[in-house]
Design a protein around this ligand. Structure first.
Ligand SMILES: C[S@@+](CC[C@H](N)C(=O)[O-])C[C@H]1O[C@@H](n2cnc3c(N)ncnc32)[C@H](O)[C@@H]1O
Length: 275
């Protein structure tokens, strides 16, 4: 009887949570493939040729750089989409280099990494690779409203094989997935509830409004110590002014030393190191 009641309770809870998250369970990225595999491949061949001299310089300065072939093959499945803005994924290079540097400067430390905005999993796997290549102990936690175990079209090359879960999409990278916890939910609600007492390295890339970026920053910042790092995507004036304003406010606050990198007209980044 007790067992039966618990099972009924589980079913009710699961139904309520599915109603609340309904839109994320019903093809949120499209009810059919947006393009053929050939078209995604064509977009990929164009995107991979892009050059970013500022990022070349950063990699030289830091002394760590991601394996470009590895990153390109991950990007083909997780970054090449049909969209209006330029296809570009230089943030994989930045995240990898900065995290390798952090690991090298913190030998023997257990490293906790948090990302808001998983999407298809590109950036979290670039950071997982840095953790593995750097020989560090640690874990990565990534949050998104999109579910991990729901089959859907992802607006990517894999769509020609039918709907997949994110877990299936990323299964070729199983060596890295063992480091990653995928959390579904609104970052503003979930982030303060993540039960870690330190965030060594964070990547803020969910909803690109000033309010969201500042609230996510606050949740992360209170768990960071001197030298810990927070990276912001899309600090791009004219395109994401809310992100630009939020980062400016954080910079003015003086608790982080901020650096900025403009990769192209459509792609700019910033990262702060806690003082
Ligand atoms: C720009 S994409 C993230 C890209 C990813 N970091 C990468 O580089 O591969 C933004 C993601 O944030 C998610 N998102 C937007 N608002 C959110 C929120 N309030 N809470 C959690 N996730 C959110 C979207 O579903 C989307 O997948």
């Amino acid at each position: 009887m007790k067992h039966h009641l618990a099972a009924v309770g589980d079913r009710i809870f699961s139904s309520i949570s599915h109603i609340a998250d309904w839109r994320w369970y019903n093809d949120p990225l499209g009810a059919a493939p947006r393009a053929s595999a050939e078209e995604y491949t064509r977009l990929f061949q164009a995107a991979r040729k892009a050059e970013y001299s500022q990022i070349d310089a950063l990699e030289s300065e830091i002394g760590f750089s991601i394996d470009r072939e590895w990153m390109d093959s991950l990007a083909l499945h997780t970054q090449i989409t049909v969209k209006k803005s330029d296809l570009a994924y230089p943030h994989g290079r930045i995240l990898y280099s900065l995290l390798r540097k952090y690991i090298a400067e913190h030998p023997g430390e257990y490293i906790t990494i948090i990302e808001t905005g998983t999407a298809r999993g590109f950036s979290i796997l670039c950071m997982a690779k840095a953790l593995m290549d750097g020989g560090a102990q640690g874990r990565l936690i990534t949050l998104d409203v999109l579910p991990h175990h729901q089959k859907m079209y992802w607006n990517c090359i894999d769509d020609s094989q039918g709907r997949k879960t994110r877990a299936e999409l990323l299964s070729p990278w199983s060596d890295l997935l063992k480091y990653v916890v995928f959390v579904q939910g609104d970052s503003l609600l979930q982030l303060p509830k993540v039960g870690v007492d330190r965030v060594n390295f964070a990547f803020i890339d969910a909803q690109h409004t000033k309010k969201n970026v500042l609230l996510e920053y606050q949740a992360v910042s209170k768990l960071q110590e001197k030298g810990d790092v927070i990276v912001f995507d899309d600090v791009t004036p004219g395109t994401f002014d809310g992100v630009v304003e939020a980062v400016k406010d954080i910079d003015t606050g003086g608790r982080y030393t901020m650096r900025y990198l403009t990769a192209s007209k459509q792609r700019a980044y910033a990262w702060g190191t806690k003082t």
